[in-house]
Design a protein around this ligand. Structure first.
Ligand code: FAD
Length: 336
């Protein structure tokens, strides 16, 4: 069985164990969040050895070349090779950002604006990891567009019992400095195909990256049709409606559809929303997607279903970009 060498100690892995699990079992405190290789909170670096391919997926080529890998999805038994690893220093991964604004967008969602000390080079739709003073770290998507906005914009949904989201909603104040890591992810507007139709589907705060991607595409002079579907169970979960309607007014190729899956017909009509989940409404309306660019963000089961439906409707897998909001310890509760 393979082993790992970390902090001058050798640890043997047990069958099917990840590097993260092995380190935790041996008393090391490694920051983590999603544990599924999506959020990059636990990123570590190799000093020696070759990690399994799965632990490199989701990293940029430059990060791979510097030896980074994701311990939460790294099972060394797949290669049988021992690994010597180290934790990156703060200076290597983190920058500083100061809270410049906190504003409610709905009962459960707030907007957090951050000003960085040095410019962050990112694409709208990517995500960053926010770390507070005690080391708690979570991923949040960027709704801002570098060429349009001079602050980073995040939309944070408060979750029952959620440590970071409640802290942001209740305690965080303008002027507070936070550590940020990123940008991460590949769910962003790709230029060079200005006439390509785009389908953007998100639920909850999955709207954040889609709002950024849509504005980025329009700012790049995208001429193809852009259809954004935002889903929520209840009307109070639909936010940024004025902003999205204004975008549709200003650009004839941008179309916004609100979808409600849990409201009665009257409430839907009052909100000008369509009935059903965003992915179902979107795919019923657009069922021939060969050559389209597809963007899917938010609740992981929605992203999974929408990806399958888009593929069945003819979208090429390489043109389907997705950011599932993987969270710790998903509760079996209805979403709003
Ligand atoms: C790539 C990526 C991008 C993300 N972008 C965003 C974003 O833009 N905005 C955003 O708000 N979040 C986003 N997230 C999720 C975010 O990282 C956190 O997981 C989230 O804010 C919860 O953190 P927390 O510390 O508040 O909750 P935690 O303390 O981590 O715990 C989550 C708690 O909420 C419960 N819970 C989980 N899911 C639900 C649910 N659907 N309804 C009710 N309770 C639930 C869990 O059981 C647990 O009690 C993203 C995640 C990823 C991986």
């Amino acid at each position: 069985m393979a082993s790992i060498n970390f902090a001058a100690a050798q640890h043997a892995l047990v069958p099917d164990e990840t590097v993260l699990e092995c380190l935790e079992r041996n008393g090391h405190e490694i920051p983590f969040s999603c544990r599924t290789g999506v959020c990059l909170s636990c990123m570590m670096r190799l000093r020696c050895g070759t990690p399994p391919r799965a632990s490199l997926d989701g990293l940029r080529q430059g990060q791979i070349e510097q030896g980074y890998f994701l311990p939460c999805v790294c099972r060394p038994e797949e290669t049988g090779e021992d690994l010597e690893i180290e934790a990156p220093t703060d200076a290597e991964l983190f920058g500083r950002a100061v809270v410049s604004e906190l504003a409610p967008l709905s009962a459960a969602v707030c907007r957090l604006r951050l000003r960085t000390s040095v410019p962050l080079f990112y694409h709208a739709g990517q995500f960053i990891n926010l770390r507070r003073g005690d080391g708690l770290m979570r991923a949040y998507s960027l709704a801002s567009v570098p060429r349009l906005d001079d602050t980073l914009e995040l939309h944070i949904k408060r979750l029952g019992g959620g440590k970071m989201s409640n802290w942001i909603h209740e305690e965080l104040e303008p002027g507070t400095a936070l550590d940020i890591q990123g940008p991460n992810g590949e769910c962003y507007y790709i230029g060079g195909e200005a006439a390509r139709p785009l389908l953007l589907i998100g639920n909850g705060t999955g709207l954040a990256p889609l709002y950024g991607i849509a504005r980025d595409a329009l700012a790049h002079g995208h001429t193809g049709q852009i259809h954004l579907f935002h889903g929520s169970r209840t009307a109070k979960g639909l936010y940024y409606r004025d902003e999205l309607n204004a975008l549709a007014q200003a650009h004839e190729n941008f179309h916004y559809t609100a979808c409600l899956s849990g409201e009665e017909a009257e409430a839907r009509a009052a909100n000008g929303a369509r009935e059903g989940r965003a992915e179902a409404v979107a795919l019923a309306e657009h069922d021939k997607l060969a050559g389209w660019g597809i963007y899917l963000c938010g609740y992981p089961p929605m992203v999974k279903t929408a990806k399958k439906l888009a593929f069945l409707a003819g979208a090429e897998l390489a043109n389907i970009l997705a950011d599932p909001y993987e969270m710790q310890d998903l509760r079996r509760l209805p979403r709003d």
